[in-house]
Design a protein around this ligand. Structure first.
Ligand code: MG
Length: 393
């Protein structure tokens, strides 16, 4: 029953090629529209109330959660992505609610311990279809959040799910049906998905600079060799001589975000004017992305990324943590896969269910789901409980 008041219009001022409720491909399990919210507000709200969303607070990006209270977690990262994505969406007259929903959900499938955790789980799952955090995020919202009476998962709109699935192999795409089709047909997702993907890049490049400096793993002198950083740094130094280091860093980081957002809005605005897509369908069938950085910014961005990869992500202190993480994940998987009775009762049921359906692969998938859902500290604790004879269970 539709109780939505007629005068409520969620699409005021949106571009003709924006995703709006009326053109949405809808939900897998049809539902009446919400009373006072748009469909994408409802998606965002369901994500915020998900258990997987709350767990993001104790999962890491680069640093391990207990290393310090000032570092980004996956939760604060997701909120920063949402902030950046919403600014861009509003500037381009796109659907802000949808971008926010995608941003808040985009990392829900991440394992504990960041990329080290995902690599380890992928390794464990090699013979059983592998593990990919992006696909797992979709699995979380489609299946693993079990709390609604009428459907499995969060039953999100197609466009939110399509935004969560940023990339996908042809093999996985074929198995996913409609949501995977664009990877096989070489089509684009909506502009809201395209921009949120780039907002993610802007967010992590900028905050990894900030966190890396705070942790003392990289320093300003090194960063001055990177054009994107150095330009902002010079400007701040000239404008505010004698400013404390902490404030200098913040002023530089906010400028890093700002200049990338401005470049993205201007470049994409020009692309949209040039190609003038009539509607969402024209966006989907356009031969390339319509949200993009200028080529100069892309170059500069790449230079910063390369720097972060070699100097921060491969720093020996980060690597030490990664090696430990790898061991924790691998040993947890081995223990639970070999003897599922070590699992808590609910996870045992999942294993039994998926094993009955898909055999050994199903059994492995259920173990991977359980491990992927863990926070950093829970994984460490579980590892102790399983392997340390002195630890109470
Ligand atoms: Mg991210």
């Amino acid at each position: 029953m539709n109780t939505r008041p007629r005068e409520l219009n969620f699409n005021t001022g949106l571009a003709e090629y924006a995703v709006v409720d009326a053109v949405s491909r809808g939900r897998r399990y049809p539902e009446p529209p919400p009373s006072y919210r748009s469909e994408f507000q409802r998606d965002r709200d369901r994500i915020i109330h998900a258990a997987a969303f709350r767990r993001l607070e104790y999962k890491t990006q680069v640093f391990v959660n207990h290393e310090g209270d000032l570092f980004r977690t996956r939760l604060t990262h997701s909120i920063e992505v949402a902030q950046i994505a919403r600014s861009i969406a509003r500037a381009l007259r796109l659907n802000e609610d949808l971008t926010e929903a995608i941003a808040l959900a985009h990392d829900l499938g991440h394992t504990p311990f960041g990329h080290a955790g995902q690599d380890a789980l992928n390794e464990c799952m090699r013979a059983y279809g592998g593990f990919e955090h992006n696909l797992q995020s979709l699995r979380v919202v489609d299946k693993l959040e079990e709390k609604y009476a009428d459907f499995p998962g969060l039953n999100l709109s197609f466009e939110t799910r399509e935004g969560i699935l940023k990339h996908c192999s042809a093999k996985n795409a074929a198995a996913l049906g409609d949501i995977g089709a664009r990877f096989l047909n070489k089509q684009q997702p909506g502009l809201e998905a395209q921009l949120t993907n780039l907002a993610d890049e802007i967010a992590y490049n900028s905050h990894d600079v900030d966190d890396g400096l705070r942790a003392g793993l990289i320093d300003i002198e090194q960063l001055r060799a990177i054009a994107l950083f150095n330009d902002q740094y010079e400007e701040v130094r000239q404008r505010y001589p004698g400013l404390s280091q902490r404030r200098v860093i913040h002023e530089v980081v906010r400028r890093l975000i700002n200049c990338q957002v401005i470049d993205l809005v201007q470049t994409s605005g020009a692309l949209l004017r040039q190609h003038a897509p009539d509607d969402l369908e024209a966006v989907r069938t356009h031969p390339g992305a319509l949200i993009d950085f200028s080529s100069e910014m892309r170059e500069r961005n790449l230079e910063l990324k390369r720097f972060l990869r070699s100097e921060l992500y491969r720093h020996y202190r980060v690597h030490r943590m990664s090696v430990k993480a790898l061991r924790v994940i691998r040993e947890l998987f081995e223990a639970f896969f070999t003897d599922s009775r070590l699992l808590p009762r609910e996870a045992q049921q999942q294993v039994a269910e998926l094993r009955a359906r898909d055999g050994e692969s199903g059994q492995a998938r259920a173990v991977a789901d359980y491990i992927a859902g863990m926070t950093d500290r829970y994984a460490i604790k579980e590892h102790q409980r399983v392997y340390n004879p002195g630890e109470l269970t």
